[in-house]
Design a protein. Structure first.
Ligand code: SF4
Length: 297
């Protein structure tokens, strides 16, 4: 990756905010744009993979993220960054930014790319798919707030347990060039409805067998945790949360848990927040210990 660039533009504007050196609440800030000499789109999945707050948009293709505390928007042939307190600060930022991209390019063999791209869907379209009960199981106070978060890529659809089953799903496969660089991704439709139904049937059968054994053993030593019977349990973890808790106890990271369960790191985080709240713990170790102590895992 070349670190050279051209077409530097530094624009000044006024924003309203408290300024320690002036009576006025208006302060000058600088925004920056420049053109890297080499297209940067091949780095987007890696930026998306390493920076927690990165969002990779499908159309127009760009990735947004924070670097050194500055909000960066990277298009394939253009970078825009804001806000700087001085023009010098803005100009001095560019070489550090380009060096970071070069480091990413060099280290990309060791980075797990995140191929999730955000496609713009209207908040209302998402809202129409939801049960609209405002039950808060997704971690948001209303269905509308959840819809807005999904539209912005801050939440994923499967956080709402009541969302209808998709008619079809797609899997994204990476395409590499001859040097092993990720150059594209191909999305293919897959049908997981049959598989999901088989899993649901098997889970139902397991619950029936468990119910038959309880009267003979008095207690079977394993706390039943399912979405269908939350009223019996305190705390009631869903089946998916139990799976996440088991992987936490085995020492897996969020990314690794996501790969195991075929869910995004955002979803893993959301499950972890629910687990922590339900178990009344504040870290992974406490969660694992509590889970073992209560016979959940
Ligand atoms: S879990 Fe679903 S139904 Fe409940 S508040 Fe969230 S979006 Fe609405």
């Amino acid at each position: 990756m070349r670190t050279s660039y051209t077409d530097v533009n530094c624009m000044v504007s006024n924003i309203n905010r408290p300024h320690p050196d002036a009576d006025s609440k208006s302060a000058k800030v600088w925004s920056l744009s420049f053109k890297p000499d080499q297209e940067t789109a091949f780095l987007f999945p890696y930026i998306n993979g390493v920076l927690d707050d990165a969002l990779w948009y499908e159309h127009p293709e760009h990735v947004t993220f924070l670097f050194e505390g500055y909000r960066c928007v990277l298009y394939p042939d253009l970078a825009a960054v804001h806000f700087f307190e001085t023009r010098q600060g803005a100009l001095a930022f560019i070489p550090r930014f380009m060096n970071y991209l070069e480091t990413l390019d060099r280290d990309k063999e060791r980075i797990l790319p995140n191929l999730n791209q955000i496609r713009h869907i209207s908040v209302l379209d998402i809202f129409r798919l939801l049960p609209r009960s405002n039950c808060r199981d997704c971690g948001f106070t209303t269905c509308m707030a959840f819809s807005a978060a999904v539209a912005k890529g801050k939440a994923v659809a499967d956080q709402c347990p009541g969302l209808a089953q998709p008619m079809s799903e797609s899997a994204v496969y990476p395409v590499f060039d001859s040097q092993g660089r990720l150059v594209d991704s191909v999305s293919l439709k897959i049908d997981t409805a049959g598989l999901k139904q088989r899993i649901l049937d098997q889970e139902k059968q397991i619950r029936m067998l468990e119910a038959q054994f309880i009267p003979f053993g008095g207690s079977h030593g394993h706390m039943p945790c399912s979405q269908e019977s939350p009223g019996n349990l305190d705390p009631a973890l869903t089946h998916r949360e139990i799976q996440v808790l088991e992987l936490i106890a085995q020492g897996y990271t969020n990314n690794e848990i996501g790969q195991h369960l075929f869910i995004s790191p955002h979803t893993v985080k959301s499950h972890m927040i629910h687990i922590f709240n339900k178990l009344n713990v504040s870290d992974r170790t406490q969660a694992a210990v509590t889970g073992v102590r209560m016979g959940m895992i």
